[in-house]
Ligand binder design. Structure first.
Ligand code: SF4
Length: 493
């Protein structure tokens, strides 16, 4: 394909996604909150500082965007990934703009919970809106720019059809897009009519061989080690995708891209359950897991996990201890997001019957206690979620979750209650709103708040170990938490 200026495709994401969150992936959860006790400029500096750029080209970008960039480059497209603050410098050269979204309207569980309680728009929704309403994009749109949106947050556009129309979004791609993204972008470049909403079919889901390696750095060195999940929780959309694990070679090649670029020598291994790497069922494959971690820690200065499950850790405690020893060769601790969701065996049975597997759903609270205990003893600090207001939830379920919170008091962790959002097999159910909260819901929220305030100062002290400005950052985060505590006291919560 001969490349011309008119052929150019620009890829971007809003400001809350083009950040490396002071190189702490989990600090990025702060983007789910709305304006609060500190000025917005200070909040954005603390929770989503802009990524460094080279003339507007970000030194790193979200992993999903990098995959699309790699795919389009492999098909001969003229592609440039640009920081949203610098779009005006490049957009005149582009015919198509691809935008990556995670939670564009703040309808995801964390942001909708904050928004419902604080009655304000979350930062991530505000910044997505300001990207779409920017003069730069509006002007380019008038001269015929095509806008294509993709990423895990696209489901939210179904709730905002007017926005899609008003801001001229030409196509929304839902699903793993590697096999079809070239076709759609080519149609846009050729001025062919685009489908407004393109749902990637099962046949179009890429096999491992069809997923290209990233060619430029990913934010915080995040690297996928596999896709899909076999547990089938009813409230989750990930579960609808087939399970595939990347071979070591592919993982190490992508890590090399980050290291050789000079951006980071660290890695965040991404899968729905890192402990199941290479496994075909719910039992960890010790040999594969050990080999992966040995290879990764030999090459990198540090590593983290995106997610892991309590059941896999409880199922093979010795394997987990072995992995923890490898992880701690280069660091004192690491983090991961972990789903607890409920302390009730009855509710677990109804909404996530395989979450405890190989244990029975009836054993879920014990699985949680065992898994959390092992994490605490071995240096894994989990950021946990609970689901509040799921349609079949009873008062008895809530009481059991509150009791479980008491058992987890001494486990170093953050535990965040999230309002139910209709997704996965429960997508036709109703949203849970703050107005529907009963006394038990409030009690659970307050328990979580107490738990988090108990541990947060220690977690701040453990963070940013290699930064010259760590004391400055730590002091600001502590000040922020103190202001929140004061607010809570004032409101007599
Ligand atoms: S274990 Fe996690 S990723 Fe898998 S289906 Fe359940 S909620 Fe989704």
């Amino acid at each position: 394909m001969t490349k011309t200026v008119q052929d150019m495709v620009i890829l971007t994401a809003d400001r809350t996604l083009m950040s490396d969150y002071h190189q702490h992936e989990f600090v990025g959860f702060g983007t789910c909150a709305p304006s609060n006790v500190i000025p917005d400029w200070l909040y954005s500096f603390l929770f989503f500082p802009p990524i460094k750029t080279n003339k507007g080209i970000p030194v790193a970008a979200p992993y999903g965007l990098r995959k699309i960039e790699a795919q389009l480059l492999s098909e001969g497209f003229n592609v440039l990934t640009v920081d949203p603050n610098y779009l005006d410098r490049y957009i005149d050269q582009a015919k198509v703009l691809g935008i990556h979204v995670m939670d564009p309207f703040g309808l995801g569980p964390a942001s909708s919970t904050f928004a419902s309680i604080l009655k304000k728009e979350p930062f991530l929704a505000r910044y997505f809106r300001s990207l779409m309403t920017s003069q730069t994009i509006r002007k380019a749109k008038k001269r015929g720019l095509k806008i294509i949106v993709g990423g895990p947050g696209v489901w939210q556009f179904k709730f905002r059809p007017k926005f899609v129309e008003e801001y001229g979004i030409d196509c929304i791609i839902d699903g793993e897009a590697e096999k079809i993204v070239g076709k759609i972008f080519r149609m846009a470049l050729n001025d062919d009519k685009l489908p407004q909403y393109y749902e990637v079919s099962v046949k179009e889901v890429p096999s491992l061989e069809e997923i290209p390696n990233i060619v430029a750095p990913s934010i915080n060195g995040l690297i996928e080690i596999g896709r899909g999940c076999c547990r089938g929780c009813k409230f989750c959309s990930v579960t609808l995708r087939p399970l595939r694990w990347y071979p070591y070679k592919k993982i190490m090649q992508e890590i090399s891209v980050n290291i050789e670029s000079g951006y980071t020598r660290g890695v965040c291994l991404h899968a729905e359950d890192v402990m199941l790497y290479g496994s075909k069922n719910t039992i960890p494959n010790e040999d594969k897991l050990v080999k992966l971690h040995e290879l990764v820690l030999k090459k990198c200065d540090g590593a983290g996990w995106s997610h892991c499950s309590l059941a896999t850790i409880a199922a093979k405690p010795k394997t987990f201890v072995k992995i923890a020893e490898i992880m701690k060769q280069k660091q004192d601790w690491w983090g991961a997001e972990v789903g607890i969701e409920t302390g009730s065996p009855e509710l677990a049975k109804k909404i996530m019957p395989a979450k405890a597997h190989p244990f029975k759903p009836e054993e879920w609270p014990e699985v949680v206690r065992t898994g959390m205990g092992l994490m605490h003893d071995n240096g894994l600090v989990p950021a946990c979620t609970l689901i509040v207001g799921v349609p079949e939830e009873t008062e008895d379920d809530l009481i059991k979750t509150i009791e479980l919170m008491d058992d987890l008091r001494d486990i170093k962790s953050l535990i965040v209650p999230l309002f139910f959002v209709p997704m996965g097999k429960l997508k036709d159910e109703d949203w849970f709103r703050e107005a529907e909260m009963n006394e038990l819901h409030y009690e659970l929220l307050v328990k979580c708040l107490r738990h988090d305030l108990r541990w947060i100062y220690e977690l701040i002290d453990m963070s940013f170990p290699n930064r010259w400005y760590k004391f400055f950052l730590q002091s600001l985060y502590k000040l922020f938490v103190k202001l929140i505590e004061r607010k809570i006291r004032e409101k007599r919560i």
